[in-house]
Structures are given as C-alpha cells and as structure tokens.
Ligand binder design. Structure first.
Ligand code: ADP
Length: 391
C-alpha cells in the first residue's frame, strides 16, 4: 500500500476507514468503508473511488462478539490486500480529546498515548476506542507513524471567556473548562466554505449527526461551540440530552438514589431523541413514526437547536451564514426547515424546494442569512494532516 495514507475513526459501535493517495490532496478516498454494529451485529461494507461496492472477503461474516481489536486485526490485512499487499505510509486517527496540550495533529508514541489515556473519563464513549485503535494498529504495523487528529483542537482559537465555566478558579485551573468537539468536521467546513461563500465572516456550522454540536466561527476560526467539558453539553442529540439544569442531576442522586453509573447511562444512552420519543435515536425512523412522542422529540430537537444557535451569536456578533452538515444536517429537510423557522426573527428564510432537494444553498433570495448544506469529510482532514506531517 505504498503511497497511501489510511484514516481510521474508531467509535463505540463502528470503525470507519478510508484510504487516500498520499500525493493527491483530493478529498475523495480511493477506498473507504466501515464496520457498523460492533457489539451487537457487526456488518462490513466498503466502496471504491467510483462508489462501487468492494468484495468483502474474510469480512463478509463477522463474529457477533468480535472486539474492536479483533476487527481491526481483520480489517488491516483486508485493506492491504486491496492495495497490492503494501502497508500505508502512515495511519491517521480521529481522536476525540486532546485536552489542553494537544492543539494540532500529533505523531503518537507510547508516552503520548499514556497522556491521552488520562483523558478517557472526559470522553468515555469515544476516547478509549480511538486510542485502542492506535494500539491495535501498532501491534500489526509497529514501524509506521500513527497520527492523532483531535476533535478538540479546532477550538483552541477561542477566547478565554468562551471556555470558562462560572466555577471556582481552582477547578478552572485543573482543566475543567469548555473544550468543544467535532473539530475535524468544523475544520473541513471552514476550509470548504470560502469556495461557496467567500464573503461570509460570521458563520454558525450545525453538525447534526448522532452526536450533535454547533460552532460559531469568525473568519474560519472557532469562537464558541455548544459542547463543553464533555460531549454531553449543548444540543439535544440521538441519545444524549444536551444542556441540562445541573440541579436535575443532584435531584436524581439525592432524592431518587441514582448511582453515578446509572446517571451516566441516563445522560449518554437513554435521553435525547430516543428518550423523548421512546422509539429511536434515529431521525429517519422518527420522521416515519407518526406518533405524538416522535413528533415532540423532533420539535424539541429543532427548538433547542435554534436556542443554542442564538446563544452562540454574542461570540461572533451576528450571523452571515448558517451551514448544516452531518447525517441529519445533510439529509433531513424537515429538521432544517423547523430550525430555520425558529430563526425567522434573525432574518433567516429558506427556499422550500431547494431545501427539499438538499441543495447546497437553501436560503431564499430575500434571506438576510445564507443557509447552506455542505457534506462534511472528517477523513479528508485526517489525510491532510498525514500529508503535512509525513511527506
Ligand atoms: P454519526 O454521528 O454516527 O457519524 P451521522 O452523521 O451518520 O452520525 O448521522 C446519523 C443521523 O443522520 C441519524 O439520526 C440518521 O437518522 C440521520 N439521517 C441520515 N439520513 C437521513 C435522512 N435521509 N433523513 C433524516 N435523517 C437522516
């Protein structure tokens, strides 16, 4: 596989990969795919550069209980076999948390891995899997560079005020501050947006996937974001509640006797679209569900998204453009329309036909804010980091 970079994004229930030509900065991979459903019913799928499905080989039938490590040990030889047996020049990883020290892509060694592991409690759903993938690759390919690209890093440009909680100073000094996430996605949108809208200076990007956040950018730099110390804050998400009165947690502990583990499960797994609808965390399923609870879950999702957006605007002093991205942002016209309806007072108006088609520009001509739909590409950002550090 000489002459290529491999990107890996190992999440709690999926491992996504992409293979990029080292010397071609195009954002399109020559091969990409994922193992989804890890821990329940793992399924592998891959596509080549033309979008055609690629033969699954030994990955066609996966053991239901296969661990992330075991799956990576199957995946890497499969990828190599599809690149004439050669190993990549480097493997780039999405790593959710870089803490205060890691503000740029970093070549990982054992000492750095140990430091990154101390951040596991701050992103328990993602960080252990991200770092586990680095170890699994090191076991198979001990000599190739591995590069960690941090979701927190894009936000290091924020002013101190945007990062502070109103907590006693000693807690702030311990690093209990707002870090923000989804930075690779925001980085990609920030680098792409000028080709669509060169004049937009004050922009909010809404990354609406299973996890969801917003970032207020000025001149392509993060000024504020909705996720905070952990990826629980801000928007209502698939299974996470988003911003919550901390008094609710005290009440559940003190009056309901809930343990920290039970509260963690409530906040990360039982809430959000899933908790309110009592049906699913999947927006597509909820749109087709036709129950009052599903309708209310979607309505709450959109109402809260508009409120979170409004709360970010002091950091950028107004709004020239709103960009929707990620699974829901790119594919759910209903959600975009409902969010934009709550933002009419800001001069936001969308073109319903363009919105229904997921067109790139969905704002109406009279809108005072440009509204765009831009597919994100976190893998391309990781591949570019590999180019910058390895070539
Ligand atoms: P992840 O954060 O896991 O990468 P994605 O960015 O893939 O998630 O987003 C997943 C979400 O996107 C799910 O809620 C899914 O229902 C939603 N989604 C994908 N396609 C559509 C669609 N056509 N209509 C509505 N929602 C969609």
């Amino acid at each position: 596989m000489s002459g290529v970079f491999l990107t890996l994004n190992a999440g709690s229930s999926s491992i996504k990969f992409a293979v990029y030509d080292a010397h071609d900065p195009s954002p399109a991979p020559r091969l990409g795919g994922k193992i989804a459903g890890i821990g329940s019913a793992p399924v592998f799928a891959a596509r080549d550069a033309s979008g055609a499905a690629v033969d699954k080989g030994a990955l066609a039938a996966l053991d239901q209980d296969a661990s992330h490590d075991a799956l990576i040990a199957l995946l890497l030889p499969w990828i190599a076999a599809h690149q004439n047996g050669a190993v990549p020049l480097a493997v780039g990883h999405r790593v959710v948390h870089g803490g205060q020290d890691f503000i740029a892509p970093t070549v990982v060694d054992e000492a750095i891995l140990t430091r990154l592991e101390t951040l596991n409690p701050l992103a328990p759903l993602h960080q252990p899997h991200n770092l586990g993938a680095i170890r699994a690759v090191a076991n198979l390919y001990p000599d190739i560079p591995q590069i960690a690209c941090f979701d927190t890093a894009f936000h290091h440009t924020q002013d101190r005020l945007a990062k502070l909680f109103a907590l006693p100073r000693d807690l702030t000094d311990q690093g209990i501050i707002r870090y923000g996430f989804h930075g690779l996605s925001y980085d990609y949108i920030a680098s792409t947006l000028p080709t669509h809208l060169p004049e937009a200076r004050r922009v909010v990007v809404a990354h609406l996937g299973n996890g969801a956040s917003m970032c207020a950018m000025r001149d392509g730099k993060s000024m504020a974001t909705s996720m905070g110390f952990t990826a629980l804050d801000g928007l209502m998400m698939g299974r996470r509640c988003g911003a919550l009165d901390p008094g609710v947690i005290l009440y559940l502990m003190q009056s309901e006797g809930m343990s920290p583990e039970a509260i963690k499960d409530l906040l990360y797994n039982q809430s959000g679209l899933y908790g309110v609808s009592q049906i699913s965390n999947d927006m597509q399923i909820l749109q087709d569900a036709n129950t009052p609870e599903a309708e209310e879950a979607i309505a709450l999702y959109c109402y809260r998204a508009a409120g979170v957006l409004a709360g970010l605007l002091p950091a950028i002093g107004g709004l020239d453009a709103l960009v929707f991205t990620a699974g829901i942002g790119e594919n759910a016209p209903l959600v975009r329309r409902k969010i934009c309806e709550h933002l009419r007072w800001l001069g936001v108006a969308i073109d319903n036909a363009a919105n229904a088609e997921n067109a790139t520009t969905i704002s109406a001509p009279q809108s005072q804010v440009s509204v765009l739909v831009i597919p994100t590409n976190e893998e391309a950002v990781v591949a570019n980091a590999c180019r910058a550090l390895v070539l």
